[in-house]
Write a protein that binds this ligand. Sequence first.
Ligand code: IMP
Ligand code: MG
Length: 174
Amino acid sequence: MDEPRVIIPREKIQRKVEELAAEIRRDYLSKNPLLVGALKGSFVFMSDLVRSLDMPLEIDFVKMSSYGASTQTSGSVRIRHGLGTPVRNRHVLVVEDIIDSGLTLRHLLDYLDRRKPLTVRVCTLFDKPSGRRVEVPIHYAGFTVPGRFVVGYGLDCGERFRYLPDLCVLEEQN
Ligand code: IMP
Ligand code: MG
């Protein structure tokens, strides 16, 4: 059985979310940005972030697939559920839980670019730079995490552990 071990406690995550929100608020106040979350992993971060932002904005979500039940990216990304909101001439902020290889984000940025937004920036709570396979822009980043699979705060391993309030790594238990 894999046992979760806390590496970033909830209080630290909450503080970081508030710091990120303060920065984003400064840059987007009165621009009515469209925050685009990548499901499912970003749903917890998105809900904490918008409440910390506490300013006029809109949200939408896209659902992409690449991992399936595995902990390694399959390398091919598909949009399974696209945006319902028009993005033309909008200020778009992508909200990601974690960026690893960068392949999912690259695919999402290309998808958004084709729809002619005014600006696109990226906010991710966790960044795993050791896994990067393609270069991607990150404008607002929370924590750099080691090259291990992490769970909790919305992130899963085969749909397990999303509910954990802290960020954890999985440890082998006998
Ligand atoms: P990428 O395409 O390799 O950058 O992976 C992006 C997506 O894969 C993230 O938005 C997550 O949903 C998922 N992912 C990547 N690394 C992890 C991890 O360590 N734990 C849980 N999900 C992950
Ligand atoms: Mg994600």
